[in-house]
Design a protein around this ligand. Structure first.
Ligand SMILES: N[C@@H](CCC(=O)N[C@@H](CS)C(=O)NCC(=O)O)C(=O)O
Length: 215
C-alpha cells in the first residue's frame, strides 16, 4: 500500500515550499491542507496548530506520524524514500549542503516571517516591517552569494541537487517580494535558473498550489 502523506502548507510559505520540492523530487503524491498565514482561520489551521505547538507550517503527516520543521522533514523524506539523494554521501559536500540550507532557514528566513514583520510594525510603526525584511534578506543573500561561490557547480553544492537547493527558490522569491535588487547575486541567479527547469521545482512553485490566487 502506498504511503499516505498530508502536508499542511500555504502557497507562499517558504518553509512548506522546501518540503514540496523534496516530496516532488522523490516522486511522492501528497494531499495539501492549505492555511491562510495572515488569519490562521479554518479547520486546517486549527488542526496544524494542534499538531505543531510552535503554531507554524509545514507539518507533514506520514502514515500517522507527525513531523515538523522543514529541514528535519526534508532529511526524513530523504532517508525514508527511494529516489535522488538530497544529503550527499561525501561528508564535506553534505556539510556544505546543510550549511547553505541552515544559512537560509536559520539566518535569514526567521527574520522575515509573518509574525516577525507584524511585531516590527507594532513596535516601530506600520511599514517598518517591510523595511526590516528587505534589509535582512538583502544582507543574508549577499552573504549566501559568497558562500555558494565556493561550493557551486550547476547547483549550490556541485552538480547534483541537494538539501541546499530546496531553500533557494523561496528565499529569492521573498527577496523579489520585498523589492531587493538581485542582479549582483549572479551565482544564486544561475543556480535558480538551473533549478527552475526541473519538474520537481516547477510543481512546487507558488502558482502551482491549490490555494494560489486565481489570475
Ligand atoms: N523553522 C521552521 C519555520 C517555519 C515557519 O516559520 N513557517 C512560517 C511559514 S513560512 C509560519 O508558519 N509562519 C506563521 C507565523 O509566522 O505565525 C521551519 O523551517 O519549518
Amino acid at each position: 500500500m502506498p504511503s499516505q502523506l498530508i502536508l499542511f502548507t500555504n502557497y507562499r510559505s517558504s518553509a512548506a515550499w522546501r518540503v514540496r520540492i523534496a516530496l516532488n523530487l522523490k516522486g511522492l503524491a501528497y494531499e495539501s491542507k492549505t492555511i491562510d498565514l495572515q488569519t490562521w482561520n479554518g479547520e486546517a489551521a486549527s488542526e496544524a496548530k494542534s499538531l505543531n505547538p510552535a503554531g507554524r507550517i509545514p507539518v507533514l503527516i506520514h502514515d500517522g506520524r507527525v513531523l515538523t520543521e522543514s529541514l528535519a522533514i526534508v532529511e526524513y523524506i530523504d532517508e525514508m524514500f527511494e529516489g535522488p539523494k538530497l544529503l550527499p554521501t561525501d561528508p564535506v559536500a553534505r556539510a556544505n549542503a546543510r550549511a547553505v540550507a541552515l544559512h537560509v532557514a536559520c539566518g535569514i528566513q526567521p527574520l522575515q516571517i509573518v509574525r516577525t514583520t507584524k511585531r516590527v510594525d507594532e513596535i516601530a510603526g506600520v511599514g517598518k516591517g517591510a523595511e526590516w525584511n528587505a534589509y535582512w534578506i538583502k544582507r543574508g543573500l549577499e552573504e549566501l552569494e559568497e558562500i555558494v561561490k565556493k561550493t557551486a557547480g550547476k547547483y549550490s553544492v556541485g552538480d547534483s541537487v541537494t538539501i541546499g537547493d530546496v531553500v533557494i527558490p523561496s528565499i529569492l522569491y521573498n527577496a523579489r517580494r520585498w523589492k531587493v535588487n538581485l542582479s549582483p547575486l549572479s551565482t544564486l541567479l544561475s543556480i535558480e535558473k538551473n533549478l527552475n527547469v526541473l519538474p520537481a521545482f516547477i510543481a512546487a512553485a507558488p502558482e502551482q498550489q491549490p490555494d494560489a490566487p486565481k489570475k
